[in-house]
Design a protein around this ligand. Sequence first.
Ligand SMILES: [Zn+2]
Length: 262
Amino acid sequence: MSGLHIPIGTPDGSRTEHAENLLAPNPSAMTLDGTNTWVIGGDEVVVIDPGPEDESHLRRVRDHLGERRVTEILLTHGHFDHSGGARRFAEMVGAPVRALDPRHRLGEEGLADGDVVSVAGLEIHVYGTPGHSFDSLCFWLPQDRAMLTGDTVLGRGTTIIARDGGLADYLRSLDRLRAAAEGLEARALLPGHGPVLPDPIAALDGYIAHRRQRLDQIRAARAPGARTPREIVKIVYADVDRSLWAAAEMSVVAQLDYLDRL
Ligand SMILES: [Zn+2]
C-alpha cells in the first residue's frame, strides 16, 4: 500500500499515509514493545491512545506535532496503559478526550459504534468491538484502508480477555472485524501494541483459529474432572512464559464462563 511503512525492530515510526505511531516507553510482557500512540491527520490531527502517564512520552508526542493542532484525543479503551496519560495530554494540547466509558471522557462528547470523527479532511469510523474489555473500540481509516485495533488484535501473539471483557463478545467482535476487513478491503491493522499487520485477513483468521483451539484445549483439559483455572493454565498454557500465567488465568476464567453458558 502506498505510504505503508513498517520499521524493522520497533513499532516506533510505523505509518500509513495519514497515521503515524509514536511508541510509549512502557514495554512489558503484557504491553509488548510498549503502547502505540497513533497520530491521525494532516495539518490538524487526532491522537489515539496517549498511553500511560509518562511525561517524557507525552512531551515527545506534543513536540513531534509542532504547530499541528490536536482537535481530539480518542481512546481505544480505558485500560491504564492506553488512557493513563490522556488527562495530562489533554491539558498540554487543549483538546477533549472521547471514549466509550464516560469515566475516561474529558468534555461533552462520548464515542460509540457508528460515530464518524473528521480531521483534516479524513474520516475515522468507530467500530464497537467489546471483548478484550467491555469498552473496546476499533477505528477504521477509509482513506488509508487501515483499521486501528487497540488491544482487540495485537501486532504479535494474542490478546487476553480482561476481567471487564468477555469471550462471547470477543468472538463476535473478531468475526465483525473479519467481515469488515474483507468487505472494505483493509490493507493494514494498526494495533495498540506491536508492529503493523500488513495482512488483515490472515491476522484475523489466525486470531479466530487460536481462540477456537484454546477453547478445544480447555474443554479437553477439563474433561477428566473439575479443575481450577490455575490447573487448566498449567496444562493448556504450558508453552507460554510463566510471567503471563496470571493473565492466562484471566483468559481461562473468561473461557470457562463462555463454555458454561453454551
Ligand atoms: Zn494495552
